[in-house]
Design a binder for this molecule. Structure first.
Ligand code: UFG
Length: 337
């Protein structure tokens, strides 16, 4: 058994990864300021330290209280649109939190570090599917902030020997297939939960951002990767880091689906209409983002278990239909892992 520190472990991808670590029998401590995370998403048996990562004294205390075998760093500002209104805050906060966390880990002798990175690193890609050799050219301050974090970790690796993994997520989606956790952002900006909320009458009608892209149906194509598969990638890279000093992987399903296909699938899965209208393009949206996951599969044995869009949306729908107010719903009791 090992023990891991998970920052942002009360958030969407973080909490699903905490559950996966617990299911593997690992000990977990979550560090989360609950700005975006939910106390209810942390399972019993997992200590939750409510603290801001900028509080370096508190972070050092956490490292002094436990011996960790690795850090999984999910906590970050992560809204592309917001990052273009507050670029300096995004870059300063995401970079400095990563740097000081890595330094605290090294000081405590905790030498494995997994960073949540993003497909936003690739900006407008020159080819599809996007592999690990694609040009890095972010077009948002969010993407830039994660590039800066990756660069910072490179120096922690060179100078201190910290073993680092950067996972470039494509579009995380879906919910725990057993219904213990789901997606609950405030504000919600992601397509699948917005479409589901519209179908349930819990949110406004959906706006389709652009119908004149150079794609078969004119709407943007994205690679939706199930959050449980994403969680599994973290467990696998933790093992890889025992052998290798540094790895970078694109984490996606390898399949692309358009906005219209998402709407159709939500309608089919739910048996309800998704009220929607067509709107202008959202600035900064590339037409197509699809990952090559060949390297991740070959080097870690990773294999998506929820590959079909229908499967992904079914799990997201089931959780939201059972928890209309997200984690504030009466049904959202903490679940044992
Ligand atoms: N979309 C709509 N209407 C909406 C919301 C989204 O049409 O109300 C469209 C977007 O234009 C896009 C697709 O649905 O084509 C998916 O949009 P999301 O906002 O769900 O996700 P993004 O692809 O914009 O962003 C995701 C992650 C980011 C990451 C980015 C990498 O959420 O963190 O992928 O490109 F940076």
């Amino acid at each position: 058994m090992s023990r891991f520190l998970v920052t942002g472990g009360a958030g969407y991808v973080g909490s699903h990864t905490v559950l996966a670590l617990r299911e593997r029998g690992e000990e977990v401590v979550v560090l989360d300021d609950l700005r975006q995370g939910h106390r209810e998403a942390v399972p019993p048996g997992v200590e939750l330290v409510v603290a801001d990562l900028a509080n370096r004294k508190r972070v050092d205390e956490v490292f002094a209280s436990y011996k960790f075998d690795g850090v999984l760093h999910f906590a970050a500002l992560s809204l592309v649109g917001e990052s273009m209104r507050e670029p300096m805050r995004y870059m300063a906060e995401n970079l400095s939190n990563t740097l000081w966390l890595a330094e605290a880990a090294v000081k405590a002798g905790c030498m494995r570090f997994v960073l949540s990175s993003t497909a936003a690193l690739f900006g407008f890609p020159k080819y599809i599917p996007i592999d690990e050799n694609a040009d890095i050219a972010p077009v948002s301050a969010y993407g830039e902030s994660k590039l800066m974090a990756e660069t910072g970790l490179k120096w922690a690796e060179r100078v201190y020997g910290l073993r680092t993994a950067s996972l470039r997520y494509f579009n995380a989606a879906g919910a725990d297939p057993l219904g213990r956790l789901g997606e609950d952002h405030n504000p919600e900006t992601h397509l699948i939960p917005l479409a589901i909320n519209a179908a349930l009458g819990l949110g406004p009608e959906l706006t389709v951002f652009g119908t004149d892209y150079d794609t078969p149906d004119g709407t943007c194509i994205r690679d939706y990767v199930h959050v449980t598969d994403l969680a599994d990638a973290h467990l696998r890279v933790l093992d890889v880091l025992k052998q290798r000093p540094s790895v970078r992987y694109n984490v996606g399903n390898g399949n692309g689906y358009s906005v219209r296909e998402v709407i159709d699938t939500v309608q089919r899965v739910s048996g309800r209409k998704v009220p929607h209208r067509e709107g202008p393009r959202r600035p900064g949206d590339p037409a197509v983002l699809v990952a090559s996951n060949r390297l991740l599969r070959e080097e870690t044995g990773w294999q998506p278990r929820h590959e079909s869009l229908e499967d992904i949306i079914r799990t997201a729908w089931a959780w939201r239909a059972a928890h209309p107010q997200g984690f504030s719903s009466p049904a959202a009791k903490p679940q044992a892992a």
